[in-house]
Design a protein around this ligand. Structure first.
Ligand code: TA6
Length: 298
């Protein structure tokens, strides 16, 4: 559908479709003085700006915005696998959902929030990725908070096994000055050396950090004194959380990530990863949901 057709069918006073500066078809949602932008490419949340604040989501200055390429920042949708493909290293990292153009299927208001719903079906992905029937929906709701719900439905006659993530990149003042709470006492896998540990207190950052926390359900709080705000990352349908910062050396190795950009971002990811991967029987569905809000200090 063209931007004109999208606005005719799904536009409203608080929902506007447009072509952004990178040529992506995007929807801008406005509600309670807050703004969010979602691209149809990857059903990718690009921006969430609460009233009177700076963007809560981080975006690399060097991100790709191209067909078949993942966007570096915002909230990438990782599905039907998180990380490397379980058995085929030739497949893209974090699945194919974030590489495809999704379709808009609904929009409107619900309990005061402005919402839009996008869908991914096998016909929207390249043949090489197809392995059975599915219906995946991304429902974004904006009020004074941002809600993103990935709804995975097994519409096939066989089991659907997957891992997934809402791989949220958060915009922070300085990685060395922030902490992440809500994971105290949780077992985690340090993926840099595959060792297992138990979190003591808050997470802080002084080097490359790539940690998969297990049996988590509490909200995480990113305390950012530099920006004078706390970002609350709550969730449903997830019992694992990933915390990531690439630090300097890995940043330099990533062509779509500025060498010094690790200072200004942290990922707190809402996942179904590792032992929290899921299997859906025919007809079953699962919702992986993140609710993000920002509380300014002072
Ligand atoms: O955030 C966890 C992680 O799996 C990291 O290991 C790192 O690879 C990151 O995702 C980014 O992955 P991407 O494929 O988007 O470069």
């Amino acid at each position: 559908m063209t931007v004109q057709e999208l606005n005719a069918e799904f536009g409203a006073s608080d929902i506007h479709f447009y072509n952004d500066s990178h040529g992506l078809v995007c929807a801008e949602l406005n509600n309670a003085g807050s703004k969010a932008v979602i691209a149809l490419h990857g059903a990718h949340l690009m921006s969430y700006v609460p009233k009177g604040q700076r963007d809560v989501l981080w975006m690399s200055e060097k991100s790709y915005f191209a067909v078949g390429k993942p966007i570096r920042g915002g909230i990438p949708v990782c599905w039907p696998w998180f990380g490397g493909h379980p058995s085929d290293s030739g497949m893209p990292s974090h699945g194919f959902a974030r590489l495809a153009d999704w379709e808009v299927i609904a929009s409107g208001k619900h309990e005061g929030a402005t919402f839009i719903e996008l869908a991914l079906t096998p016909g929207l992905i390249p043949e090489k990725f197809r392995n059975g029937d599915f219906l995946v929906k991304m429902r974004v709701g904006l009020s004074s908070k941002l809600l993103a719900a990935l709804v995975i439905e097994n519409t096939d006659v066989k089991e659907l096994a997957f891992s997934a993530a809402l791989h949220s990149y958060f915009n922070i003042s300085e990685i060395a000055d922030i902490t992440v709470s809500g994971l105290d006492g949780k077992t985690f896998i340090d993926t840099l050396d595959d060792t297992v540990h138990v979190q003591k207190g808050d997470v802080n950052f002084g080097a490359e950090t790539d940690l998969v926390y297990l049996d988590t359900e509490d909200a995480c709080i990113i305390d950012d004194p530099g920006f004078g705000r706390k970002l609350k990352v709550a969730k449903c349908g997830s019992r694992s959380t990933v915390v990531w910062n690439p630090w300097k050396d890995k940043s330099v190795r990533m062509p779509d990530f500025g060498d010094e950009e690790y200072h200004s971002m942290v990922c707190v990811e809402t996942t179904n990863a590792e032992t929290d991967a899921r299997i859906l029987a025919p007809g079953e569905s699962h919702t992986l949901q993140v609710i993000i809000e920002s509380e300014t200090q002072g």
